[in-house]
Design a protein around this ligand. Structure first.
Ligand code: PXG
Length: 400
């Protein structure tokens, strides 16, 4: 079947909860993807950072293959031989004391929310069902009813109420607003260190350190959602590392699965995650041996290939080069590491048509909201490939 037939089939039988670019990917390797007609594209999205190690990384695929032939699933009713080493290694990589394995990012977020509420009742002494979690405007923490309950984006929440109570929204990047929002019932502050979905929004310098200080002084947990910003994307292992900040809990996902398999986790303080008792939380697939084997190799690849360092160096150069592209319709280019957003002025007529023009030229990016083009290639990308991408961006900006 050709690409058109396949798109028609997806359109006919699939719910329309996405609006993909009109390209059907059939195979991929490294930083390149190929459509059904064999056309090659440079992947400049990396599955929203789930492909930091690139497509089909030979070591990660080999680890999966080895595990496929050995043991894939046991349930948590029994131990499996991969889970202990995975938990140890994710704790070592993140500097956390304890980890709780799940599958998707949304589940990792649910896990940190449940952990924070439990800690508030059991340790902090917040009255039953009164716990509050402070979150930021324009957040993105997934699509569960609870996560959309505290979304400020109409599209994500309208029609999906009634909503989960217990969340208070403050502006992103405003440490003073956090201080004002905290009450004796505040369990946690949940924040993305850089807001990805909202358009690569970078908070002012010192923000993360300031919210660390405020949460510490008020006995409130700091929870960083590093699902998209973690694992080298912003030029450090975790985005909080830029300000030497250690959150009490982190939600992790995406690149933990090396682009091969969904793996997520909540990690952090043992006096918080250690409060869960058997039966209070879990998942059929969380911590399964295939997931653990894939995640272990994914972490090794990140570390041994120094992907966070590549991201820092290549990202800084690419950001500078992008900023030097003259264009009257570009409002701002911002980023950290290989996590970059180019915001167009409203007069540009939306980022989508730029993404479509880039696609025609073999560069696959995706707009976020109306006016931001996100550039986030696999971290294994080579400088020459970035140069080529820059040429395409420059040409498209000058043509449209
Ligand atoms: N937190 C953050 C910061 C995220 O970026 C999630 C949580 C949820 O992860 P899962 O694995 O449940 O999707 C994300 C996800 C999409 C989409 O296609 C998702 C994300 C970014 C862009 C698109 O739904 N981020």
């Amino acid at each position: 079947m050709d690409s058109n037939e396949l798109m028609e089939m997806a359109d006919r039988y699939g719910a329309h909860n996405y609006k993909p670019l009109p390209v059907v990917i059939d195979r991929a390797e490294g930083v390149y993807m190929f459509d059904c007609e064999g056309k090659r594209y440079l992947d400049f999205l990396a599955c929203y950072s789930a492909l930091n190690q690139g497509h089909g990384h030979p070591r990660i695929v080999e680890a999966a293959r080895r595990q496929l032939g050995r043991l894939t699933l046991t349930s948590r009713a029994f131990h499996n031989a991969e889970m202990g080493p995975f938990l140890k290694e994710i704790c070592e990589y993140t500097g956390a004391e304890m980890a709780l394995p799940m599958n998707t990012g949304a589940e990792a977020v649910e896990t940190v929310i449940k952990a924070a509420r439990k800690w508030a009742y059991r340790i902090k002494g917040v009255p039953r069902d009164q716990a509050e979690i402070v979150v930021c405007a324009d957040n993105f923490h997934g699509r569960t009813v609870t996560a959309v309950s505290f979304s400020t984006e109409t599209l994500y929440r309208e029609d999906f109420g009634p909503y989960t109570p217990g969340f208070k929204v403050i502006p992103f990047g405003d440490a003073g607003a956090l201080e004002d929002a905290i009450t004796s019932c505040t369990a946690a502050f949940l924040v993305e260190p850089i807001q990805g979905e909202a358009g690569v929004n970078i908070p002012p310098d010192g923000y993360l350190a300031a919210v660390r200080e405020i949460t510490r002084s008020h006995d409130v947990l700091l929870i960083a959602d590093e699902i998209q910003t973690g694992f080298g994307r912003t030029g450090r292992r975790f985005c909080c590392d830029h300000e030497g900040v250690k959150p009490d809990l982190m939600s992790l996902g995406k690149a933990l699965g090396g682009g091969v398999y969904p793996v997520s986790a909540a990690v952090g303080r043992a006096d918080v995650l250690g409060l869960f008792r058997p039966g209070e939380h879990g998942s059929t697939f969380g911590g399964n041996p295939l997931a653990c084997a894939v995640a272990r190799e994914s972490l090794k690849v990140l570390e041994e290939e120094r992907l966070h360092e590549r991201s820092a160096t290549l990202g800084a150069a690419f950001l500078e080069a992008l900023r030097a592209v003259p264009h009257p319709l570009v409002k701002e280019v911002r980023g950290r590491g290989l996590f970059i957003g180019m915001e167009l002025l409203p007069e540009a007529g939306g980022a989508r048509r730029y993404c479509e023009a880039l696609m025609e030229r073999g560069l696959l990016c995706k707009e976020t909201h109306d006016n931001v083009i996100r550039f986030a290639p696999p971290l294994i990308i080579e400088p020459e490939q970035l140069d080529w991408a820059l040429d395409q961006v420059r040409d498209v900006l000058s043509e449209i």
